[in-house]
Write a protein that binds this ligand. Sequence first.
Ligand SMILES: [Zn+2]
Length: 780
Amino acid sequence: MDTKLDPSRDDLPLMANTSHILVKHYVLDLDVDFESQIIEGTIVLFFESGNRFQKQSGSTKEPCRSESNEACRFRMPEPCHSPVTDTRTFSSKTRSNDFTICGKGEKDTSGKDGNHDNWEQASGISSSKYCCDTGNHGSEDFLLVLDCCDLSVLKVEEVDVAAVPGIEKLTRSPKLTVVSEELRNQIVCELVTLPADRWREQLDYYARCSQAPGCGELLFDTDTWSLQIRKTGAQTATDFPHAIRIRYSTKPQGRSVTWTSDQSGRPCVYTMGSPINNRALFPCQEPPVAMSTWQATVRAAASFVVLMSGENSAKPTQLREGCSSWHYYVTMPMPASTFTIAVGSWTEMKPETCSSNDLAAERSLSPSEADFRYVGICGHMEYPCRFQNPSATTQEIIPHRVFAPVCLKAACQETLLQLVPPCLSAAHRVLGTHPFSRLDILIVPGNFPSLGMASPHIIFLSQSVLTGNSHLCGTRLCHEIAHAWFGLAIGARDWTEEWLSEGFATHLEDVFWAKAQQLDPHEAQEQQELKACLRWCRLQDEVRNSPEEMQVLRPNKEKTGHVSDSGSSVVKHGLNPEKVFMQVHYLKGYFLLRFLAQRLGDDTYFAFLRKFVHTFHGQLILSQDFLQMLLENIPEEKRLELSVENIFRDWLESSGIPQPLQRERQAGAECGLARQVSVEVEKWIRMNRRPRKRKRRETEQVFEKVRHRWCELIIKHKYTKAYKDVERFLQEDQAMGIYLYGELMVSEDSRQQQVARRCFELTKEQMDRSSAQVVAEMLF
Ligand SMILES: [Zn+2]
């Protein structure tokens, strides 16, 4: 398939000026309306700026942000240091006139995807336009830039936090006699820096402040990618109001949320892991450096369940007739992009009986294998951390709930429910402390574009993992559980280094799953070797069929993690619809980690990994943070020729198959593919000879694999009688079926092409945008 790479369209801009001011906490107050497919309400943002922010950001290791000293130069209007060459001059007068004071703020410039004019303008904005604006013109107002897209912003105002009863306790002055901007900002400043052990009080103040009256509307403007806010006369980030409230609503076609129906035919809405993350759900600071906490109150009709990234297992509060409200919060600061919400008529699934099964169950009271010597050393900014709580560190299985449409109850009971405890426990045995205190798992609607997605406190799983035996479900669950550590508790500072979450989760899923099945070391090794063979084939295939520049794991090279003076940046290929279907980052990352684990030996590698987690949880990392620490921690004799530089060169900065991997696979190929195949065949024969209790499962496992393969064979041999099966697969397993469209088209058989087009017609409305785009390119 030809890829049309258009850098101006494929790259995703992150607009927020996080070098000047940082959101520390969001309070969302929203109503979900299924009639109009709109989420509407307010968001209150609490900021930190100036010296205090400097100190904090200095405490997290930031070797690559030399620009951050920009933050202490607020008061000196800087000439423009634009990363984007922009020769246009901006008439600041016109710009000023563009600003609206409330009311008609909704200037729909969201445009269409392919609107290049809008795009150009938007990406040119980042730091140049407004920076120039400030420099060239009499008005030197500070401009707050938030990431925002497909939202109708109705009103922006400053919040009078000084009006909250009892708030004076936070300030040094006993009575609030003269209320000034400075005093209000001082209150917010005290509030956002309350010590971690006062988190309850802090959340309560946040909630009360969020409801305080407004004290002046702020000027705002929107364009394709951002919301810009200023206050007349507030010339620096320090002077800018530190608590602001934005009234807004989402749009039905907004790209952050999907409105659809569940498998029982009832309406639901969920965040879909869109490339634009949450900016069509709420205005926010998207760059990962803006780590914040949040709390949210969401109202919906009483028949709906509201699930969200929150550390409390929320229950509904009945409001007026037919309506209920759900409240969630987190106390661990995380990037706003990790927030997830799902609202639908789902049922909580519970085990039919407390049956014991042959997988490792909750029973284990024995001390964990994990090494807890590092308890107490936390490198992150202050928050109530589970790694410092002895009872949390030994908790093998965190509290969890499973939600699904009622029609999938039997399937959940047969496979998923009994897998959750052993998979959680296995993860704890490998990595130690669960970074999150609880977990919800949701079976998402059929149009969900992948097999799973992990967010703080919530995992989405595709219904496709429920069919057949436990293997697919177990490995996928393990993969998503691994993201709690890699991807969430430890995030990538630069989103182009996706392997830091996907490579780790792919490598760890095998390790967790082997433990969850209680395989002996030999069986585990055998299973993992088989997986490696399959992934090797897949990687070779993908490397042959994808653009070279998208096969590089660290595309920004030494510039990785760099941002403009304002904090804005661009995520390379962030909007390329094909990227979603590429697994290069998963696979090459996986093979690198497998290579390192083999070099060190499993015991040494996993002991190191636990130490790494203790050092870096709650922080953002770059590839070098991991590799440097790894190499420092391994004995000379095992390090051999390994260095950060040659790992970069061989694995992370080259396209195609990494040389060391190629060599390893060739060395193993003296008996070649034949050996691998015969090993595999022998294994199946052996398994089939084993009668015993697992018999039924294995038959199903075979059947399930066959179901997948069956469709391929039908297409290959043009077995028209069974085209119905292909159609069913394409409609029910959208997460797995995308590639079958390709198979159907490739043969240039008109009947097969008809099948493809018919299925696409039936499902395209529910399909997510990227999938639909990719399939459409194959079909037309
Ligand atoms: Zn910690």
